[in-house]
Design a protein around this ligand. Structure first.
Ligand code: GLN
Length: 457
């Protein structure tokens, strides 16, 4: 823990953390040490992790990247974080993030932008940008992230690490500050698929405190690592029998040539390991952007109504009456992107527009999920790029929110469908910036995805 705290201080310029609390970290490390001494150590005893600041914790302040939660200390700890802690993991700090997880570049944080350690003029991706940078720069051994529309996979891709967004309902959302509740899913980010498997095994599991938590037996997500894919597999072709679906819509206009080449080369590697490629279609890919950007803000506008200046964090200092206090608190406490999403969300939910926007988006959501089932009926997994480009320069897209939204084209649909997906590093562009390969599976296929990623790594 001391080693990583030193590194965090030495690389403070990356701005990967919102809160570092040395005494809280060292107290956790001492507890892990004691467990080791008494022979009661869990699977992650002493492993230093960074937690995205969207997970509430009793020992560290939680802000969700927002001014409105300045200094907020939760009376309870998020289930996923408590489970990692029970396994012995030590929290080295709360990782920076886009405010309330809204963003794709980590430039929407009240606590400042995070820098990409491969090139500090570039964004690390978002919204789990602090977690991604912390892992990539060696400021911890793994991290937690959340993915509502790509926020684990895209920053993992931009920083050259591995991240997995599990099936919706796998990891408890209890204590994970809600953005789009029907889309939000926590997951691990680490150097390798092997590390992600270790972390996911501890994080996941049924939780009665989350009404959408899936009632399934606990799983060991490492169980398929180094296993042959099928009985026909050989030593040189361990993935023999694997069918990889490559959707034409992920290779259309707007995809950077280097990202295209690197992801196709990666798929070729899988073919060398015994896989075959099948052409599939996800015809509603483009429509996932307007669909998502109606549903996510609609849910967000409702979820964020609790930040009213009465219950948590920041409150305006001067106001005339209660109504004025709400208005001033929220105007001062929320950043521009959050205010934009609240406006969009309340608009699409309002009388007279509900049918035209929200209901239509719900219909499209069902069709997008069906597209995936049609595609996955022809293959075992789907592969393609995570994002159309590699990391862009800080400030490049901040003045044009729509440009930012368009960059989410390959990640959003999976959350709308509730499917698991991961990002695996597969090369670099001409500027030395990492490129990620996305691997998408059917519901509950996480162990399979991790097996394939591990075979590739
Ligand atoms: N970029 C998307 C958004 O801003 C996704 C963010 C996320 O997954 N949390 O909503």
């Amino acid at each position: 823990a001391q080693h990583f705290l030193k590194r965090i201080h030495a690389h403070a310029d990356l701005n990967a953390f919102i809160t570092v609390d040395e005494s809280a970290t060292l107290a956790q490390a001492a507890a892990a040490d004691a467990a080791l001494q008494s022979g009661q150590a869990g699977a992650l005893a002493g492993i230093p992790l960074a937690h995205k600041d969207v997970f509430v914790t009793t020992d560290f302040i939680t802000t969700a990247g927002s001014k409105i939660l300045t200094g907020y200390k939760s009376p309870f700890t998020a289930t996923a974080i408590a489970k990692l802690g029970a396994a012995g993991a030590v929290c080295v700090g709360k990782a920076n993030m886009d405010e309330f997880a809204m963003g794709s570049s980590n430039e929407n944080s009240f606590y400042g932008a995070v820098k990409n350690p491969w090139n500090t003029k570039m964004v690390p991706g978002g919204s789990s940008g602090g977690s991604a940078t912390a892992v990539a720069a060696g400021l911890c051994l793994g991290a937690t992230g959340t993915d509502t529309g790509g926020s684990i996979r895209q920053p993992a891709s931009f920083t050259g690490i591995t991240g997995i967004k599990p099936t919706y309902g796998r990891v408890s959302r209890y204590g994970m500050i809600a953005y789009g509740s029907s889309l939000d899913q926590g997951g691990p980010m680490a150097r390798t698929a092997e590390d992600c498997a270790l972390l996911l095994t501890e994080m996941a599991g049924f939780d009665a405190k989350d009404s959408t938590s899936i009632e399934r037996d606990d799983e060991n997500f490492s169980r398929l690592l180094n296993q042959p894919f099928s009985p026909d597999a050989t030593e040189s072709q361990p993935l023999k029998g694997l069918k990889i679906g490559v959707p034409a819509e992920f290779y259309g206009e707007g995809l950077d040539a280097e990202v295209k080449a690197a992801t196709l080369t990666a798929i070729e590697q899988f073919v060398k390991l015994g896989a075959v490629v099948v052409d599939v279609n996800l015809p509603k890919t483009e429509l996932s952007i307007p669909t998502y950007y109606v549903i996510a803000p609609a849910e967000a506008s409702s979820n964020l109504s609790r930040f009213d200046g009465v219950r948590y964090g920041h409150r305006a200092t001067t106001y005339t009456d209660l109504e004025d206090m709400y208005r001033k608190t929220r105007a001062e406490g929320f950043g521009w992107e959050v205010q934009r999403r609240i406006l969009i969300g309340t608009y699409v939910l309002s009388h007279g527009y509900y049918d035209a926007y929200y209901l239509q988006a719900q219909r499209l959501r069902r069709m997008i999920a069906q597209d995936y089932q049609n595609a996955l009926a022809q293959c075992d997994v789907i592969m393609g790029p995570v994002a159309p480009t590699t990391a862009w320069a800080l400030g490049d897209k901040t003045s044009d929110p729509v440009q930012m939204y368009l960059a989410d084209i390959y990640t959003l649909s999976l959350n709308l469908a509730g499917l698991p997906g991961m990002s695996v590093p597969c090369g670099f562009d001409g500027q030395g910036l990492p490129i990620g390969l996305q691997i998408i599976g059917n519901y509950f296929d996480e162990a399979r995805l991790l097996q394939l990623a591990h075979a590739f790594q």
